[in-house]
Design a protein around this ligand. Structure first.
Ligand code: NAP
Length: 285
């Protein structure tokens, strides 16, 4: 079997076109969705991420504000900036780029963002809403994975999904979203004794670990759908995922590449969340 690729770039383009249309419609009703991106420090990867997020806002017609601060900024100063953005009616989404400098408590910073503007979906209120199936903002990366499954018309009901990784931003919310769609879900992590025994049972595998070749062809049931969230560098310094792409492609029915898979979907879902935040504002008035 040679797996079909789920093309995250193509799906993103399609979704962003629809976001841009909805943004135009909102503008005719006097609201321009606005995203504030806050970056503290000079982490080079973070600089690239925030640039891409601001560019995505421009491409979809949204308003964006990029606030860049020196590493020396105090936590109190950052919290005050977030409070100001919470109260700014032109801003519908607030994103604080992680990681933050070591002298800041990232949890405290995220908890200061108003849940109504938590478009990254990292606030405890957002996590709780996902847990109990109430409206809120879903974390963008697992949300993007769900859109990829939707794009191939995959029905999760009665399927066994195995999520490798249990972080608060990917693994755990991913498992909850799959559960909400009636999959039977297994979460694996570094203390799972026999990962292969788990993945071989899976109809859907989501790899979110951050280590190359965590998933190889011998660990995949023929016909399984494989989503690769990982972002690593290979020996040549090129971006690669957690999955042995060439090997697993011979066994799986669908697979996401790295790059060009889950990565672009993450920013796309940030645009969707920001748009929906603005739409909720309108329906609340
Ligand atoms: P993380 O917080 O480091 O979590 C990694 C998870 O993998 C942990 O739960 C860990 O288990 C588990 N793990 C480690 N080694 C394992 C092994 N040998 N077998 C099974 N599980 C193992 O990372 P993250 O933030 O979730 O991100 C995961 C990957 O996704 C990274 O490569 C990251 O760069 C990438 N990512 C990509 C996007 C995107 O937009 N494409 C977005 C976010 C993250 P323990 O809990 O037991 O330690």
């Amino acid at each position: 079997m040679t797996a079909q690729r789920i093309d995250g770039n193509a799906l993103s383009r399609q979704l962003r076109t629809s976001v841009a249309e909805r943004v135009s419609a909102l503008k005719t009703r006097g609201i321009t969705p606005g995203l504030a991106v806050v970056l503290v420090g000079d982490n080079p990867a973070s600089q690239v991420y925030v640039r891409n997020k601001v560019k995505a806002c421009e491409d979809t017609g949204m308003h964006s504000v990029l606030e860049k601060y020196e590493t020396a900024m105090t936590e109190a100063e950052l919290l005050a900036r977030i409070e100001a953005l919470n109260n700014d009616p032109t801003i519908h989404g607030i994103l604080v780029q992680l990681p933050l400098p070591a002298h800041m408590d990232a949890h405290m910073v995220i908890e200061t963002i108003s849940p109504a503007k938590d478009v990254d979906g990292f606030h405890v209120a957002s996590a709780g809403a996902l847990m109990v199936g109430q409206p809120g903002f879903w974390p963008c990366t697992p949300y993007g994975c769900m859109k990829m499954l939707e794009s191939i018309g995959y029905n999760l009901r009665g399927k066994h999904a195995v999520v490798i990784g249990r972080s608060n931003i990917v693994g755990k919310p991913m498992a909850l979203m799959l559960l909400q769609q009636n999959a039977t879900v297994t979460i694996c992590h570094s203390a799972t004794p026999d990962l292969k025994a788990m993945t071989l049972q899976a109809d859907v595998i989501v790899a979110a670990v951050g280590k190359r070749n965590v998933l190889t062809a011998d660990m995949v049931k023929p016909g399984a759908v494989v989503l690769d969230v990982g972002m690593n560098r290979n020996d040549e310094g090129k971006l690669c995922g957690d999955v042995d792409f060439d090997g697993v492609s011979q066994v799986a029915s669908y697979i996401t590449p790295v790059p060009g898979g889950v990565g672009p979907m993450t920013i796309t879902m940030l645009m969707v969340n920001t748009l929906e935040s603005a739409e909720r504002c309108l329906s609340a008035t």
